[in-house]
Design a protein. Structure first.
Length: 293
């Protein structure tokens, strides 16, 4: 059965850069020329009831915050500043005016934290479940966008926080690492970066594939969140496996030749010339989240 990334890779092969499109589909955001002094970055993300949230459990305000924050996290991955957003929602028929208002207020609340106004969008209703989508616009604002494709063999691999067990609640309530990403990009040479939405093993594989490198990781350096340990007790899977594969942590994974010692930044390994990801010397499959088609 074909997967989401097979389809994405097919789309990438249909596209190419041109005079106005510096970086087309395939990264966290596309990059377009805007002016001689700045670049325009664009991304879109969606959340679907039953996949990214459960409307029987999560409030419309939580759902609104999540869909906006997912897009803001893409801005962090490219070290750009949000400039504005448009939202599109397919509302379940009969959900009510107050529900729709709360969904919008959640989106606005998340955007306001980063001076990212909702400037338009579209709404509709249908007999299916809630689907909400946000398209976000960013600006480079003096920092060259950090792509997935710049890692070189010998770079150090870092993450910005503890991983795993996000399903216990953090997947609905996280802070996009925009300020941290820009501080890192200003202070250090970042060669590649991605936000950890599909799981460390999957998202690091995206960097390696785009950059033509492999990676050697050390299990004792992977920062494991307390939620991963809690989940391990419940389901019997090792906490390390949760940290490697769970996803929706929305921390950043990045590479750099620099030895970085900023608070909260953890070095977990090094890129290699061999195009394989290894953990403690053993092959590490990308066993994290992927939609099936």
């Amino acid at each position: 059965m074909a997967g989401e990334f097979d389809f994405i890779h097919w789309i990438q092969r249909q596209q190419q850069a041109d005079g106005n499109v510096i970086l087309p589909a395939g990264d966290d955001m596309a990059v377009l020329r805007w002016s001689s002094a700045d670049l325009l970055l664009v991304a879109v993300d969606q959340v679907i009831d039953g996949v990214h949230f459960d409307s029987a459990i999560h409030s419309p305000r939580q759902i609104g915050r999540k869909v906006m924050n997912r897009n803001l996290s893409d801005c962090a991955a490219m070290a750009c500043l949000p400039a504005g957003a448009v939202a599109c929602v397919a509302l379940p028929r009969g959900c009510g005016h107050e529900y729709a208002q709360a969904l919008y207020l959640g989106m606005r609340e998340a955007g306001d934290a980063f001076d990212c106004a909702i400037v338009g969008g579209d709404t509709g209703s249908w007999p299916g479940k809630l689907v909400a989508s946000v398209t976000i616009f960013g600006r480079s604002a003096g920092i060259e966008p950090i792509k997935r494709s710049g890692a070189r063999a010998g770079d150090w691999i870092y993450v910005t926080g503890a991983l795993g067990g996000s399903i216990l609640g953090r997947h609905m309530d996280f802070v996009p690492r925009i300020a941290l990403a820009r501080a890192l990009a200003q202070a250090h040479r970042l060669t590649a970066m991605i936000d950890i939405s599909d799981g460390l093993s999957r998202d690091l594989a995206h960097i390696c594939r785009a950059s033509g490198v492999g990676a050697d990781l050390q299990s004792d350096r992977i920062p494991i969140h307390d939620d991963a340990w809690t989940l391990a007790v419940k389901d019997g899977r090792p906490a390390l496996q949760h940290a490697l594969h769970d996803g929706e942590d929305h921390e950043l994974c990045f590479t750099s030749p620099d030895a970085i010692t900023m608070p909260g930044i953890v070095r977990i390994g090094q890129t290699t010339a061999q195009r394989e990801i290894r953990l403690d010397g053993q092959s590490l499959p990308a066993a994290a989240w992927e939609h099936t088609l």
